[in-house]
Design a binder for this molecule. Structure first.
Ligand code: TXA
Ligand code: MG
Length: 326
């Protein structure tokens, strides 16, 4: 299959939308990361998404819709709590899990009774969905277990020849995936992400948190080994020690650090992750992929204080390191 890369304008979005209607696969930019779209109501098209990603058929897909009316079509009902969250946070980086409606084929939910839905805050994604007129699948458009794609190039590196179109809309705003909240019982967070838990709790009260920290299943992983430092004032000493030890063993490490700490690493190689932890999050997946492209075989990531976007960064880095914490 030849993958066509389309520069974004109205004509190309319409072409991609027609592709969706015809059962094709389209990678498209969202506010969080690039998504891999297919008509969520077309079983055969949805199967192509699993096979392009190499994703296990037991892992359900998120679906993106354009507005609350379309949201209503894919769930049995919008509960009062869901309604509040939709009005406050969507379009945005929040995904809600609710019992699915009958029009959604079970391949989307991996055979389960519930569906994960969000409205992306991206004009390109919203136009694509509106022109297609159907809900569109929205798993991250990467090969399973790789870092999520925040540029069209990342999608191309993973999925070239496996999907029909890539809509190139430049870099994603947030660069990290949506927060996933299960509303089928008491509100429960399944994944931290672009919307802070604290902001959600202000609206719905206490949210239970699924603890993944004991399960170090590797995800978001580049080819390079990732080491993740705990956060404390003097962490640069530990990071430098690890860097020097790896170098002595003939490896080529690179450090991920925030701007005002660059100077602590002397002549060692580093990527500047920006001034803030939001920048660190925005740049994380791209940096992990760049390390491979630049020929580094170890990445040592600075620790981040807990809370807000920090929790999401810690979650992604623990997984990406497979639990190699220094
Ligand atoms: O920001 C995002 O959410 C991006 C953009 C493209 O929308 N998508 C994304 O999809 O991150 P993916 O497939 O990489 O991650 C989906 C997460 C997984 O943790 C999956 O287990 C969970 O959502 N999920 C999907 N459907 C679910 C369901 N029916 N019930 C519970 N969890 C679900
Ligand atoms: Mg993913």
């Amino acid at each position: 299959m030849k993958t066509q890369i389309l520069q974004v304008d109205d004509v190309s979005i319409q072409l991609a939308a027609k592709g969706i209607v015809d059962g094709k696969t389209v990678a498209y930019p969202t506010d969080t990361v690039y998504g891999l779209g297919a008509n969520a109501l077309n079983e055969e098209a949805v199967k192509k998404v699993y096979s392009a990603k190499g994703r296990q058929i037991t892992k359900p897909l998120i679906v993106c819709v354009a507005d609350k009316a379309m949201f209503k079509r894919v769930v049995q009902k919008i509960t009062p709590t869901a309604s509040k969250l939709i009005d406050l946070f969507l379009p945005g980086a929040l995904t809600l899990v609710l019992p699915k409606s009958d029009i959604v084929p079970s391949v989307v939910t991996a055979g389960g009774a519930n569906i994960a839905v969000r409205i992306p805050k991206s004009d390109i994604a919203l136009k694509l969905i509106r022109y297609a007129g159907v809900p569109i699948t929205a798993p991250s458009a990467n090969t399973s277990s790789k870092p999520s794609p925040t540029l069209a190039k990342h999608v191309q590196d993973d999925l070239n020849g496996k999907i029909d179109y890539i809509l190139d809309g430049g870099a994603c705003d947030i660069g990290i995936e949506s927060t996933v909240i299960d509303l089928t019982g008491k509100p429960r967070m399944l994944r931290s992400g672009g919307v802070d838990l604290e902001a959600i709790e202000k609206v719905v009260g206490k949210v239970e948190v699924e603890r993944h920290e004991t399960n170090y299943a590797k995800q978001y992983a580049p080819k390079a080994s990732v080491y993740f430092s705990a956060f404390y004032d003097e962490m640069h000493h530990t990071i430098c020690d690890r860097y020097d030890m790896l170098s002595m063993r003939g490896q080529t490490p690179v450090i991920l650090c925030v701007s005002d700490r660059n100077k602590l690493y002397g002549k060692r190689n580093y990527y500047d992750m920006g001034d803030s932890y939001d920048d660190y999050a925005h740049n994380l997946f791209a940096a992990l992929r760049r390390a491979d492209d630049d020929g580094y075989n170890a990445v040592i990531a600075e620790g981040i204080p807990a809370g807000g976007i920090g929790d999401t960064l810690i979650n992604r880095l623990i997984r990406s390191s497979g639990g190699q914490i220094i």
